[in-house]
Design a protein around this ligand. Sequence first.
Ligand code: HEC
Length: 191
Amino acid sequence: MSKKTHKKTKVTLLEHSYDGIQEFDQHLPNWWLITFYGAMVFSVFYWFVFFQSNSEGVNNVPRLESELARIESAKLAGAIANLDNDMLWKMSRNAEVVASGKETYVANCASCHGPELKGGIGVNLVDDVWIHGPLAMDHYNLIKAGYAPKGMPTWGPILGDKKIAEVTAFILSHHAVPADPNGADHAHSQH
Ligand code: HEC
């Protein structure tokens, strides 16, 4: 059997016939083929960029996490007016707050307390010994007021409440969260 070509349209009628239904051998329109092959090329490109690369701009998970930390830290910043032990410990587990606290620490405190917080001119801040009280608020208040007789500067007027809360959170981030943040027997260092 030979293919039959329609005289006027030049469309070929294919040989096979299914239950009497025949099929034309139509050339697909170019615009359709371009979108079809284009989609194939795009899918390969897309797959590489979104699933094979770990670049931060494209991978949404770290972006979402940092966005959540940012929202949380904005909420915490609003809570500084009613600061207490629980709030400071909560801040110490927030990546954004701890990062800000670290900046303040490196710029102002590391010279005396050491880059690893292990002390020098100032005392060790990662051991379990707290001269000025074991509670998170004790550290906060001491940093704010300072302790002139031993050479710990007064940071209140220099840093302000927010930065002091953040740097306190940074110090606490080196300690395990106590079962009772308001009890005296916490301060168990992770180091
Ligand atoms: C000029 C040196 C110096 C600088 C700078 C300094 N400190 Fe201190 N800090 C000390 C000394 C000395 C003590 C010990 C006070 C004492 O023996 O009573 C101390 C004590 C402390 C304590 C109390 C520790 C305890 O056992 O109760 C905390 C908390 C503290 N500093 C945090 C900070 C933070 C946060 C900063 C930066 C904002 C800072 N210090 C900057 C010298 C310094």
